[in-house]
Design a protein around this ligand. Structure first.
Ligand SMILES: *Cc1c(COP(=O)(O)O)cnc(C)c1O
Length: 361
């Protein structure tokens, strides 16, 4: 059996979680949370990082920070995980879907331009597979139209655009440390706030609508209810797990990239796939495109290999049920096939996967 994904400890995760339990500091924002935060600040230059229970919650926090009014529109890609849209919908936005590019599942800046109206408040982009969106164009669009930018960087830790880390471009960025992501804490996420106008309020919303964080720093005499908010803090147990993974981020990322490169080398020998291979990014996902995708999944499965389709376009989902405008997203819905990628997959398993794919007619 070759699984699609496998989560394994790679460093001192167990030691750190044990240490956190023994220390008695198990709630949020403790010593391990602080270690993780300084890691992110030092490595990527992020100005304000708030560890959260999930990327979904970090997206919701950015929706709360936008202070949406009825009729405000948020543009999101049609080809993404539900949370990219639902987090903003839940907090009052009208969701407008933009298409993927012809040659990449990432959002098409030309379609963003077509979908902007006088009510557009924000754009939430997704760096699919940890491959950067067209940041120069997207930043120009946001600047020209005075629109807030959110990067759903759930898949994009340790990815860069022209040398600058993903997650450092938007007013906000969100990361996921879900079991299925490159770096995991079981469940977990992070909100990065790059726009200093939002520093103070982000911390308040994070602390359930109180100024508790300022109180703990000694900035205010007592803490009280000053805004809305919810329970968004990551537990110290998850932060301890996360820090164990972060210590190995270079090893994890480089192995995952190596796995993807191997798939790319082997599959480009087959003329059917040579021009239908995904880009590599941070090695989060390796995908191929095929009109026979469903048959390939079935055939691989019967040989003990789990490969997987990916998102169903949200535009035409039962809930949003909008008129089809995102044709490329539909193509990716039907044709993307993700191959097994994880830290501990062996080179022999990679070859087995490829040999099986190549043998299918
Ligand atoms: C995984 C993922 C999410 C959700 O992350 P959680 O931490 O599970 O909430 C959101 N957006 C994208 C693009 C993702 O890949």
């Amino acid at each position: 059996m070759i699984p699609f994904n496998k989560s394994t400890p790679v460093g001192r995760e167990i030691e750190f979680v044990t240490e956190a339990i023994k220390s008695g500091q198990t709630a949020g924002n403790g010593p391990y949370s602080k270690k993780c935060i300084s890691f992110f600040e030092q490595r990527y230059g992020f100005k304000k990082c708030l560890l959260t229970t999930s990327c979904t919650d970090a997206l919701e926090m950015s929706a709360v920070l936008l202070n949406l009014r009825p009729g405000d529109e948020v543009i999101v890609p049609a080809f993404t995980f539900v949370s990219t849209a639902n987090a903003f919908k839940l907090h009052g936005a009208k969701i407008v879907f933009a298409d993927s590019k012809v040659n990449s599942p990432n959002i098409d800046p030309e379609d963003i331009k077509r979908k902007i109206t006088s009510r557009t408040r924000a754009i939430c982009i997704v760096h699919y597979a940890g491959v950067a969106c067209d940041m120069d164009e997207i930043l120009n669009i946001c600047r020209d139209n005075n629109i807030t930018l959110i990067e759903d960087a759930a898949q994009a830790i340790e990815s860069f655009y022209k040398g600058k880390p993903l997650g450092s471009f938007g007013d906000f960025a969100t990361f996921s440390f879900h079991e299925t992501k490159n770096i995991s804490s079981g469940e977990g996420g992070m909100l990065v706030v790059n726009n200093s106008e939002y520093f103070e309020r982000s911390e308040i919303i994070w602390e359930k609508g109180t100024n508790r964080a300022a109180f703990k720093r000694g900035d205010v005499q007592k803490y009280e209810c000053v805004d809305v908010g919810a329970s968004y803090l990551m537990s110290e147990l998850n932060a301890a797990f996360l820090f164990g993974q972060l210590e190995k981020i270079e090893e994890i990322t480089s192995r995952r990239r190596e796995v993807c490169k191997r798939y790319q080398e082997l599959l480009s020998q087959d003329p059917r796939y040579r021009n239908n291979l995904g880009e590599i990014g941070n090695g989060h996902i390796f995908h191929i495109l095929s009109v026979n995708r469903n048959k390939i999944i079935k055939d691989l499965k019967s040989n003990g290999i789990n490969a997987s389709f990916h998102y169903l376009s949200l535009e035409t989902s039962p809930y949003y049920n909008q008129q089809l405008t995102c044709y490329n997203a539909k193509k990716y819905e039907n044709e993307i096939l993700r191959l097994p990628v994880y830290y501990s997959i062996t080179n022999k398993d990679i070859e087995t996967v490829v040999n099986n794919i190549v043998a299918i007619d």
